[in-house]
Every structure is written in structure tokens, then in C-alpha cells.
Design a protein. Structure first.
Length: 368
């Protein structure tokens, strides 16, 4: 029988784990300081990327959306370059599409040693918001090309001779930038989407041009995997009413979502959504995830949202648009996780988002 622990005896502190965590944090500080200093280094813009050679797609987090889109780029990359393309990603479902699997050590110096040993000439990071550390690792390991790739807005693309070039580019812009900076002309012939800068986006579609975009097939994607979408504040009845009205106008509408726990009956995987998006003329979504998938598939996008930073919605092709309420408040996703209205107006932005206005935007003038 175990003796009971005296009440006055304190639980021992896991000092070894605490020291290890502290050491990890402290070891990163010099590298973040170096990263900040290097971002101030004058970098010549538009420098051509060297021939990629042996390439590593490197993910340090389990971000399924980013990794899925990265595998799409990975496939294109594999078709263009005859050299080996390896991947170190965390999603088991995506590993089946990759021939060369790698596991990069988590330690700083161990990772440098690993990259040097395997002689990777190009490293593609899948989390640009956290690409400072792997960027320095790849730089010190001698990788000639360092490419930032991810969904984050404030991303640093590490794809030139110097380890940092702050582009403020979104993932899809980085695709385009990667193509423009690549010395191989063949890469430019691949079916990558093209994107309009955020400042050129109008809040509403130009309906005269819309007639040339929409035929009779659309995908309605009201769901996303994170809490920043409008879904918590858009009712089932609103979505079904929008679907019903679109069907009455002759559109073939399919409602899909990416989370089985939602109350809508049909769920869909990233692969399935990507496949459906390639056949669609337009995707309507209420969050950026569907827009990313649609852009990667080459579909036009209509993003319906309330108050958001306009620059945060960039996964658009030319003639794609964002439709939303122009409000002075900050994006909910930055201040409250999307569940609490910082203006205490009970999400007036969503209540004022009239779906009849969305239908008017979608109604082409020259299509019966």
C-alpha cells in the first residue's frame, strides 16, 4: 500500500523540462536578432532563382491547408525539374503522393548538419510566418535557393542569394513570384493561376465581365477549418436560402464543407474540393480557405465576408473579387478569434450582409 504524501510536501518541479524549454527559447533569440538585422540588408529585387537542383519541401507544423497546396506545387515542380524533390511534411495523407520522404531534425545545429549532409540546393518552407529560423538554417547549410510558401499574409519569401527578402507576399503571390524569378522558361508554361494585386480589387464584381466568367456550374463553399470565418454568425437557413435562389436562377450549386462536425450533411476532403474546383466556373466562399483551394485549382473566386483587412484576402485570380461590408473596425480574427464583436454591436456587419445583394452580384447580364 502506497504511503500518502504529506500535505506540506510540495510537488517537485519538473526542472529538467523547464530548463530544456528555457534553453530552447534562449537559443532562438540570437537567430531572430540576426534575422531582423538581415531584413534591413539592401536586397536587389527580381533576382533570378538558380536552377533548383535537389529540392526539399520542409514543413515544421501540421497545417493541412498549407501542406495540401504545397503538394500541388510539389507536383508541378516535380514535372518541371528532373532532379530529386524531397518532402518533410507532417500530414500522413499527403505522404502517399511523395516518393522521397525526409525527417528534418528539430534542433538548430542538427538541422544544419542534416541539410548539409543531404546537399539540398533548394529549400521550400511551408510556414513563412515562422520561416526565419529555417531560413537561417538553410542559408547556413549552403542552400542556394530559399522559398517561403504558406497562407500567412506577413510572409517573408526567402528565395534569393541573401536569406531574407521581405515581400509581404501571400502564398499565391509567391507562386507567381516563383515563376517570374525562375530562370527556366518551361516553368512559365505550367497551369499556375495568375493573381491581381489586392489594391486593384473592387469590393463588388463587375457584372458585365461576370457574364464571361459564369456559365452554369458553381461550387458554394461556406465552410472553413478555422474560427475566422463568418460561419458562426451565418445561419443554416441563410445558406439554404442562397442555394435555393441560385438554383432558381438556373445554377447548379453544390454545398460543400471541410469539417464533418458541422451541421450540414456533406463533408469533403481537400483533394475532393480541389478536384471539384477544377471543374467549377466559380467558387463562392465565406473564408479564405476555399479561396486558396480555388485559386490553386484555377477557379474564379467570390469571397463573401464582413469586415476584413482587404490585403488579407489575396488568393484571387484576375476577375475574382471580394464582396463585403466596408466597416471601420479591425478584423475580428485579429482581435477576438472571430467569436466576439469588438464593437459590441452583435456582429452588425453580418446582419447587414444582405444575401440578395450577393445574388445581384452573381446575376450576369448576358446569360439566360
Amino acid at each position: 500500500m502506497k504511503k500518502s504524501q504529506p500535505e506540506n510536501q510540495k510537488t517537485p518541479i519538473p526542472w529538467k523540462r523547464l530548463l530544456a524549454q528555457t534553453a530552447t527559447i534562449l537559443s532562438d533569440i540570437p537567430f531572430y536578432c540576426l534575422a531582423f538585422a538581415l531584413t534591413l540588408w539592401p536586397v536587389k529585387r527580381g533576382k533570378k532563382m538558380q536552377f533548383p537542383g535537389k529540392t526539399l519541401f520542409w514543413s515544421q507544423e501540421n497545417d493541412e491547408v498549407t501542406e495540401f497546396l504545397a503538394v500541388s506545387l510539389f507536383k508541378f515542380w516535380s514535372e518541371v525539374y528532373t532532379s530529386e524533390v524531397h518532402a518533410s511534411i507532417s500530414s500522413p495523407a499527403l505522404l502517399k503522393d511523395i516518393e522521397y520522404h525526409e525527417t528534418v531534425p528539430s534542433g538548430f545545429f542538427a538541422a544544419i548538419k542534416y541539410l548539409r549532409k543531404n546537399k539540398f540546393q533548394t529549400v521550400v518552407f511551408l510556414q513563412p510566418m515562422k520561416s526565419i529560423r529555417p531560413g537561417i538554417i538553410a542559408w547556413l547549410a549552403g542552400a542556394q535557393n530559399r522559398v517561403g510558401f504558406g497562407r500567412s499574409f506577413a510572409a517573408a519569401a526567402l528565395n534569393f542569394k541573401l536569406p531574407f527578402q521581405d515581400t509581404g507576399a501571400h502564398m499565391c503571390h509567391q507562386w507567381k513570384q516563383l515563376i517570374e524569378n525562375c530562370s527556366l522558361q518551361k516553368l512559365k508554361t505550367l497551369p499556375f493561376p495568375t493573381f491581381a494585386p489586392a489594391r486593384e480589387m473592387a469590393p463588388i464584381f463587375n457584372t458585365e465581365k461576370l457574364a464571361l466568367i459564369i456559365r452554369k456550374t458553381m461550387v458554394l463553399d461556406p465552410f472553413a477549418t478555422d474560427s475566422r470565418s463568418l460561419l458562426p454568425h451565418i445561419t443554416t437557413d441563410q445558406i439554404e436560402e442562397l442555394q435555393y435562389k441560385l438554383q432558381n436562377q438556373g445554377y447548379n450549386v453544390r454545398i460543400v464543407h471541410l469539417d464533418e462536425d458541422r451541421e450540414f450533411p456533406e463533408s469533403i476532403t481537400f483533394d475532393e474540393l480541389f478536384s471539384v474546383a477544377k471543374k467549377a466556373d466559380l467558387i463562392i466562399d465565406f473564408d479564405s480557405v476555399g479561396g486558396h483551394i480555388a485559386a490553386a485549382a484555377g477557379a474564379k473566386v467570390l469571397s463573401v465576408f464582413a469586415e476584413r483587412s482587404e490585403r488579407a484576402f489575396q488568393p484571387f485570380q484576375n476577375k475574382s473579387r471580394a464582396f463585403g461590408m466596408q466597416l471601420p473596425c479591425r478584423p475580428c480574427s485579429r482581435s477576438s478569434g472571430g467569436f466576439h464583436c469588438i464593437n459590441k454591436t452583435e456582429f452588425q456587419c453580418v446582419n447587414e450582409l444582405n444575401f440578395d445583394n450577393v445574388l445581384q452580384v452573381l446575376k450576369p447580364k448576358n446569360v439566360a
